[in-house]
Ligand binder design. Structure first.
Ligand code: NDP
Ligand code: HSE
Length: 435
């Protein structure tokens, strides 16, 4: 059978990985796909680098748009990144009747609804396994493996860069900026690393998972997004003393009132598997009503782990592209006319436990005032630590862990605590996830 022809847009970290793995494992991949998957053309801004990388074995161009119109190309693989040119290229490929594979979570979280609608109109597939958790086949698991279930929640460490930073800071005491540089050198970080550090990349991925898990549209603009840049090392240390680790989590949870969609640092008990996911590794926990809890773990970033997912999509498309479009797996797992407009809840409606750290005057009655405010707000305390004041110190830290409460309750109680004369400055609040 004649090979299926791929147009590769962008031969950077992931594109380079796709090229190498396709070349190295060509026979094994063809045995699975039923025919050879061949890169026919590569487009990259830097044609000289692309030529050197591909060793003159394929056509190279700097005109990515021409590849989306090339009649010899069956599948366009978009590995350029970002929302701008990548969107135009994906839409042009679709309009020209090409299937599209992308690792671009930013593009799908922000413009996915439009892109999938265009793909349906033209009866082409848009595959995106690499867009969430790199090499872990979480899209396949959610969309196909767990299709019997009502998914209750999905929670995971879905950004390798921030997990790498948190692990290295905790274990080696290295400064934030130094570890971020290393993550960039290793090819984990986004072109704009603030996307990693500020939780935006994880929110893109959580948005995609929420759509597939619950059959809702992409609603990235409704996600609550907090990164790790304001996290203080004192909180990592106190959390450790209480038996917890701090991880940047992406969470999508279905509640009767709507969907929680949020990314933020959270305390996870050190005994939980998720707390022990270190470095650039990713892990996603999925809770289904029938299957219970399932955990997916692996490399969430880097050239070849991500290439593994991109090529799996190429194999899927090669197997399925002659199938009647009605009989393909729907892009977002649910039949397009069954996608529901369930609201994403404001962060104030989220239900979690909390870690609170406050600086207080070391004098009688202070703790009683604080616990009274929490009791008035119906917030129950789970654990408490008071640091022993040093000699001559008149202030100390109190750290409280609460049981679950609705976030707006916690925020209002914190406001009242901060207003106490005996409390100095702001209360640091972190969410605690029991998962
Ligand atoms: P890179 O920056 O390493 O690669 C992108 C490549 O595209 C570069 O060679 C770049 O050239 C080229 N490029 C940029 N603009 C154009 C253009 N207009 N026309 C042609 N080529 C262009 O990015 P990554 O490989 O890291 O990421 C690619 C995608 O994969 C992104 O969407 C990213 O979010 C996603 N992803 C990345 C992972 C990773 O571990 N790196 C993991 C999972 C997903 P130049 O260098 O000159 O800018
Ligand atoms: N920048 C991303 C990360 C790449 O660090 O996880 C993988 O999507």
């Amino acid at each position: 059978m004649k090979p299926i022809n791929v147009g590769l847009l962008g031969i950077g970290t992931v594109g380079g990985g796709v090229f190498s793995v396709l070349e190295r494992n060509a026979d094994e991949i063809a045995r699975r796909a039923g025919r050879e998957i061949r890169i026919a053309v590569v487009a990259d801004r830097d044609v000289e680098r692309a030529r050197r990388f591909t060793n003159g074995s394929v056509k190279v161009t700097d005109d990515a748009m021409s590849v989306t119109r090339d009649p010899d190309v069956d599948i366009v693989v978009e590995l350029i990144g970002g929302y701008g040119v990548a969107k135009d290229l994906a839409l042009s490929a679709i309009e020209n009747g090409k299937h599209v594979v992308t690792a671009n979570k930013a593009l799908l979280a922000v413009h996915g609804n439009e892109i999938f609608a265009a793909a349906r109109r033209r009866d082409v597939m848009v595959a995106f396994e690499a867009a969430v958790a790199g090499g872990i086949p979480i899209i396949k698991a959610l969309r196909e493996g767990l299709s019997a279930n009502r998914i209750e929640w999905v929670a995971g460490i879905i950004n390798g860069t921030t997990n790498f930073i948190l692990s290295e800071m905790r274990d080696k005491g290295l400064p934030f900026a130094e570890v971020l540089k290393e993550a960039q050198r290793l090819g984990y970080a986004e072109a704009d690393p603030t996307f990693d550090v500020e939780g935006v990349d994880a929110a893109h991925k959580a948005t995609i998972m929420s759509a597939i898990a619950f059959g809702i549209p992409m609603q990235f603009d409704k996600a609550h997004v907090e990164g790790i840049s304001r996290l203080e090392s004192v909180d990592i240390a106190y959390a450790g003393q209480l038996g917890y680790r701090i991880k940047l989590l992406g969470i999508a949870r279905k509640r009767p009132e709507g969907i929680e969609l949020r990314v933020h640092p959270a305390l996870v008990h050190a005994s939980r598997l998720l707390a022990n996911v270190e470095g650039a590794m990713n892990a996603v926990l999925v809770q289904g009503d029938a299957v219970g809890s399932t955990l997916y773990y692996g490399k969430g970033a880097g050239a070849e782990p991500t290439a593994s997912a991109v090529i799996a999509d190429l194999v899927d498309i090669t197997r399925l592209h002659t199938a009647d479009p009605e009989h393909r797996v729907p892009h977002l797992a649910f039949q397009p006319d069954k996608v529901l407009d369930v609201p994403v809840l404001p962060i104030g409606e989220t239900v979690t436990a909390f870690y609170m750290r406050m600086r207080v005057q070391d004098k009688p009655g202070v703790l009683a005032d604080i616990t009274r405010i929490l009791a008035d707000s119906d917030i129950s305390i789970d654990a408490m630590v008071q640091r022993e004041a040093g000699e001559g110190e008149s202030q100390t830290d109190i750290i409280l862990l609460t049981h679950q409460t609705i976030e707006k309750n916690a925020v209002s109680a914190i406001g009242r605590i901060e207003a106490l004369d005996s409390v100095q400055g702001k209360v640091t609040k972190l969410r605690l996830e029991t998962l």
